[in-house]
Design a protein around this ligand. Sequence first.
Ligand code: ATP
Ligand code: LTN
Length: 343
Amino acid sequence: MSAPTTAASAANATPKRARERVFSGIQPSGAPHIGNYLGAIRHWVAEQDIFDNIYCVVDLHAITVPQDPGELRENVRQLAATLLACGLDPQRSALFVQSHVHEHAELAWLLNCVTPMGWLNRMTQFKTKAGDDRETVSAGLYDYPVLMAADILLYQTDAVPVGDDQRQHVELTRDIANSFNARFGETFVEPRALIREVGARIMALDDPAKKMSKSGADTSYIALLDPPEVIRKKIARATTDSQRTIVFDESRPGIFNLLTIYQLLVGQSREQIEAEFAGKGYKEFKAALTEGLVATLTPIQQRYNQLVADPAELDRLLAGGAERVRPISHATLAQVQQRMGLR
Ligand code: ATP
Ligand code: LTN
């Protein structure tokens, strides 16, 4: 096997890196919601000084289902502004748009050619998203996990902070890295998923059996940009049950989900929260939850409004993010091409 290029060795410097590298992605496929925030974004923001951070708006993933071109363009900017408004700091985290770095699509193709179909056939997200339309959904939707593996492996990522729904995709990424390394020689770092115990799976407000999702009904999620009055209405309608007590009981999924959201917003223990609402009803609890959401989201919305008022500056920031990561993705792709005999 020929030796890797010098640039590739730099990208590959596994044990010598001062900080572990994290990479994560979010789709510009609709309004980001508190599930995205509590399960992923707030950790990205809180841990910027611990890790070497790369975050990506994954537009190539969004187009695996139909998108209106004008809306997609808008959604990319709005999502980038939302991430910055949540506290991602372009000085400490590289933030960029996936399609601006062509190596993502290129590595995905190379990985496609070494990934067995059987591995993709096991992916539960494809089964859920395709549903009964398996014959009509795009080949891209089926291939989605390989593009995600390419995202992660391009940057020699150590850890991937995501919500629980992405666990299987990160496992697949490890399997792809492992089998590539075994076949062609050490090339990729094997990444691990970074999934938190609480908040990794926020459920839909209208159906606590389903995860909160951008593609759900309007009333199923609290968008990060929802104004206070909308938040109040959505929480007032959120599914609970016919019991009265406000306690963390997993057999009561509606109230358990709302209490989990409250717990993460106010940062108190379950005992403290149960004590706060002992003898009180859903009405009081829902009022407190609404207040907690408004208090968290108002400052984010204020910063968002400032950021979207200057689209040229946003574009400049995103272009800067792509510039920063390009040498790493370029080096990894060059090494993969060489290992596979393409160079
Ligand atoms: P879509 O519904 O369009 O598939 P989504 O709402 O699942 O999108 P993504 O952009 O795919 O959002 O995910 C961004 C991040 O948010 C991922 O790390 C994902 O695991 C996390 N996430 C998404 N939904 C939830 C949820 N309900 N609870 C916790 N984390 C979530
Ligand atoms: N599949 C993810 C989004 C995503 C991602 C990634 C997450 C695309 N590429 C790389 C982590 C790392 C989702 O649907 N949430």
